[in-house]
Ligand binder design. Structure first.
Ligand code: ASP
Ligand code: MG
Length: 420
C-alpha cells in the first residue's frame, strides 16, 4: 500500500479536483490510502467561524458557515451527476453536526470549540472527492479519520495514541483493501476517547499521512504539492534557488527545525522510524522527478537557505550586573515555558542573554513585561532570521549585503544570522 497526501491547493477548484482524481487513478496500480486536507482556504474560514461563535456572535458564525456550505455544494454540483444525491446527503449530514453546535451557547474553552468546528473542512473535501471518484468508477471508500486516529484531549495540538490508533488500522482499515482499491481519509483530524473531534495543529495533514504510513507499514508516502520539488531556498525571494532531488530524513528534520516550510515538522520521525521513503511531487506536472526523502545521505547539497521573517530579539540583562549564570537562566527558561515561547536562537554574554523569537506580539509583550520584573529588558522588532545549512562564505556575504547583522552563530554545518 502507498500513501498519497493532497493539500488544500491541490483541490481548490473543480479542475484541480479533477486533476487530483487523475493522479489518484494513475497511482491506483497499487492500493492507495489518500489523505486530503480541506479545500483551499477553508480552514482559515472555519477559524473565523470558531472565533465569532466563541465571541457570542452567533449570527455572523452561521452566516459565514452558510458561505462554506454553498461553496462546497457548488463544487459538488460540477463534479457529480449520478453520485450527486448520495454526496449531497452526506454533506448535509456533516453540515448539520456543525449547525447544531453553532446554535448552542459555548460553555467550554475556545480550543475545544475550535476543533469541533475546524475539523469539518477535511470531512467536506474528502466526502466530495470520494463521491467524485466513485462516479469515475474507482473502487473507493471514504473513511472518517476520527474513527481511527485516537488522541488525547489537548485540543488544537492533540497527541496521538499510537497503540490504539494502530489497532484501529489493523482491524478497521487494512481489511477494507479486500473490497476497495482506494481509501480516502482526512488529514489533520482525530478524536478523543470521548468521541470529541480534535486537530493535530495547523498544516497537520502531512503528519496524518506519516501516521498512517507508520502504523500500516506503507511502502512510501507521496506529498503532492504546487512546487516542482523541494528547493534550496524560496525561489520567490532567492532567484538562484535550485531543485534538490534527494534529501536525507535528518536533513529535512534540520531544515524544519530552522523553520523551512517544506513539510510539517512532525512528519519525518514516523517515516524515519520505519524507513519509509517520502516523495514530494508536483500535482501540476507529475512527470517531474520531484524530491525523494529517505535515509540515504546526499553529500552534494547546495547551501540551503531558510528565511524566517517577523523576528524579535529580546535582551535580558541582569539588574545588578551579576553573571548570566544558572539561576537567571533558569528563571528565564521557566518564564519561556509559562508564556509558551521558544527562542529560535540564543546567545549568552557575561551579564545578558539575547534571544531571537517569532514575533507573536501578545506573547512577546507578556514575556517582556514579566521578565522586566527581574531583568533589564530591551526588545528589537522587525528582524529576519537567516539560516544556511551547508553554508559557504560567498552565500553568507551575499545574504548579508546591505544588511546589519545583529546576531550570528555558526556550527560546522549551519550558519545563522539575525539581520536588520
Ligand atoms: N487544513 C489544515 C490547515 O490548513 C490542515 C492541512 O492543510 O494540513 O492547516
Ligand atoms: Mg493545507
Amino acid at each position: 500500500m502507498k500513501i498519497y497526501k493532497f493539500g488544500g491547493a491541490s483541490i481548490n477548484s473543480v479542475d484541480r479536483i479533477k486533476n487530483t482524481g487523475n493522479i489518484i487513478q494513475q497511482g491506483n496500480k497499487d492500493k492507495l490510502l489518500v489523505v486530503i486536507s480541506a479545500m483551499g482556504k477553508t480552514t482559515n474560514a472555519l477559524e473565523k467561524i470558531a472565533e465569532n461563535y466563541f465571541a457570542g456572535k452567533k449570527e455572523e458564525a452561521i452566516e459565514l458557515f452558510a458561505q462554506i456550505k454553498e461553496s462546497h455544494l457548488n463544487t459538488l454540483k460540477y463534479l457529480t451527476v449520478t453520485e450527486w444525491q448520495n454526496a449531497e446527503t452526506q454533506l448535509k449530514e456533516l453540515f448539520t453536526e456543525i449547525e447544531w453546535l453553532l446554535h448552542e451557547k459555548p460553555v467550554r474553552n475556545f480550543d475545544y470549540y475550535y476543533d469541533q468546528i475546524v475539523c469539518c473542512g477535511e470531512l467536506f473535501s474528502t466526502s466530495i472527492i470520494a463521491h467524485y471518484l466513485t462516479e469515475q468508477k474507482v473502487k473507493v471508500k471514504w473513511l472518517d479519520a476520527r474513527d481511527i486516529i485516537r488522541t488525547d484531549d489537548n485540543f488544537r495540538d492533540a497527541a496521538v495514541d499510537w497503540d490504539f490508533s494502530g489497532k484501529q488500522m489493523e482491524e478497521k482499515v487494512a481489511p477494507l483493501f479486500k473490497d476497495y482499491d482506494v481509501i480516502i481519509t482526512q488529514g489533520f483530524i482525530g478524536s478523543t476517547d470521548e468521541n470529541e473531534s480534535v486537530t493535530l495543529g495547523r498544516e497537520g495533514s502531512d503528519y496524518t499521512a506519516a501516521i498512517f504510513a507508520n502504523l500500516m507499514n506503507g511502502e512510501s508516502v507521496t506529498i503532492w504539492k504546487d512546487v516542482d520539488a523541494v528547493m534550496s531556498a524560496d525561489p520567490k525571494k532567492y532567484p538562484d534557488a535550485s531543485i534538490i532531488n534527494a534529501l536525507s530524513f535528518t536533513e529535512v528534520i534540520e531544515m524544519a527545525y530552522y523553520g523551512a516550510q517544506v513539510i510539517h515538522p512532525k512528519t519525518i520521525k514516523p517515516l524515519q522510524n520505519k524507513n519509509i521513503s517520502l516523495f514530494v511531487k508536483s500535482f501540476l506536472d507529475p512527470s517531474l522527478q520531484g524530491t525523494v526523502i529517505s535515509k540515504e545521505i546526499n553529500k552534494n547539497l547546495p547551501p540551503i537557505i531558510v528565511n524566517k521573517q517577523k523576528q524579535v530579539i529580546i535582551q535580558f540583562k541582569t539588574k545588578d550586573f551579576s553573571f548570566m549564570e544558572d539561576r537567571p537562566i533558569h528563571q528565564l527558561h521557566e518564564l519561556f515555558k509559562e508564556v509558551k515561547v521558544k527562542p529560535n536562537l540564543s546567545q549568552n554574554t557575561a551579564i545578558s542573554l539575547l534571544c531571537c523569537f517569532d514575533d507573536h506580539a501578545e506573547k512577546i509583550d507578556l514575556l517582556a513585561g514579566k521578565a522586566s520584573e527581574l531583568f533589564d529588558v530591551t526588545v528589537e522588532k522587525d528582524l529576519t532570521l537567516l539560516t544556511v545549512r551547508h553554508y559557504n562564505q560567498e552565500t553568507l556575504n551575499k545574504l548579508s549585503q546591505n544588511k546589519t547583522v545583529v546576531l550570528e552563530q555558526k556550527t560546522t554545518e549551519t550558519a545563522q544570522m539575525v539581520v536588520r
